[in-house]
Design a protein around this ligand. Sequence first.
Ligand code: BES
Ligand code: MN
Ligand code: ZN
Length: 493
Amino acid sequence: MPLDSAIRTDVPADFTTPLLAIAVPQGAMPASLDALDRASGGAIQRIYAAKDFSGKKDEVALLYPGGKAERVLLIGTGKADDADRDRLRRAAAIAAKRAQALGVGTAAFHLTREARGAVAPRDAGQAVAEGLGQGAWQFIEMKRPPDEPRASLTRVDILVAPDAAGFDEGHRIGAAIAAGQALARGVQVLPSNVCTPSYLAGVAEDLGRRHGFTVTVLDKAAIVAEGMRTLMAVAQGSAEEPRFIVLEHRGAGGSPTVLVGKGVTFDTGGISIKPAQSMEDMKYDMSGAAAVLGTFEAIGRIKPDAHVIGLIPSTENMPSGTALKPGDVIRSHLGKTIEIINTDAEGRLILCDALSWARRYKPARVVDLATLTGAMVIALGHTATGVMGTDEGLIERLRAAGERAGERLWPLPLWDEYRDLIKSDIADMKNSGGRPAGSISAGWFLREFTDEFPWAHLDIAGTAYSDRDDPTRVKGPTGLGVRLCTELVLDRS
Ligand code: BES
Ligand code: MN
Ligand code: ZN
């Protein structure tokens, strides 16, 4: 099912395809489309002359010009001077999403020289591959096929101008990242009766087999034996067994980058149960884990000279006769004690044992990704991911990676004053600081477990999934974090 895209040097006017999507900048018809326009009997010029299309960002026009391409889809990228990776990624995503909706099995995408503007060919190749994957993604496996099924988009041929040296190399990276993002979305979207902690472990083991990673899975007995008591405290209320998943890519020696993903496969809130409204979205509470798995898919394809470790603590959060209760005190893997105020603040409980576990690798940096707080959605909405941490250099690198990836980060402070929010009367800390600065108190809780390495935390609660379609993707899981983490690992920013 993953979309296959390939670069071709054919000229657009001579290319036979059910759909030719063309990215064009704002203004008159780009000169590079003259040949195609002539081959189409002037159909493209006519739409410009009628002022029905001018190439504004996200503007589209669908033509049936009667040339070799059955359909031509013009996609505006806005002012040529504003061209950047994000605009090109968007145009490619719009093309693929529309191709999917039209039911064409294959399509072509032509990036005009004019639309590329000052974007380097290598970056353009990457952005286009990423965008095509983003726009093409869909999840239809759980529906009965319609009586007259439409073809799914399986291949997009990319037509580039011959002067675009480096485009191929960028495309190879982008296609790997797109495959990783598709893997993440495919895991995120699965309901919790399918996507259990042992299912996530199976995905990791499959990645290991396909790409040669070392994968270790700790089952419940091993988690108990290792003393991951806060992970067990969350898991103890569930009939479904927890897993602790470790993936390792050893593309180089030296101290590793450790990526930690929250893998709560369903978050009911536990005894501090959530309201029913939108509770079904809590199947997405394993989105941090999905981002780590997707990043490993990309890494497996790119095989960078880097040492990367993925850690996924995974469990359900359920209420039951054996569940964790408010007031309970748990001694974490690190040894610090935690008073449970709210069993719905479970993400930090499973992450803190994973952060403690990470010390053994003497990491160069640790980055965790988690759908951690509803307060994050209130603060930044669905537009940006909150970043907190102990290392300004790491935070800056992450932000630069986020700009390249089109996955924006915005910093929140972990000032000392905020530590008071999680002060407990009887334990080293409590697991909830209440409503004020809810994302920051969660960050501070994690910080208590990160003394031995540079660390940053990404709260993806607002960005991991979306409740509405936009021109570039369907609603549902976004696979956010895969592009960002792969950029961090490649470190070309
Ligand atoms: N998984 C939720 C956070 C969440 C909420 C993610 C909405 C995506 C959308 C997390 O486990 C949680 O329940 N957090 C609590 C913490 C509180 C009890 C301190 C919250 O945000 O309400
Ligand atoms: Mn919760
Ligand atoms: Zn949660």
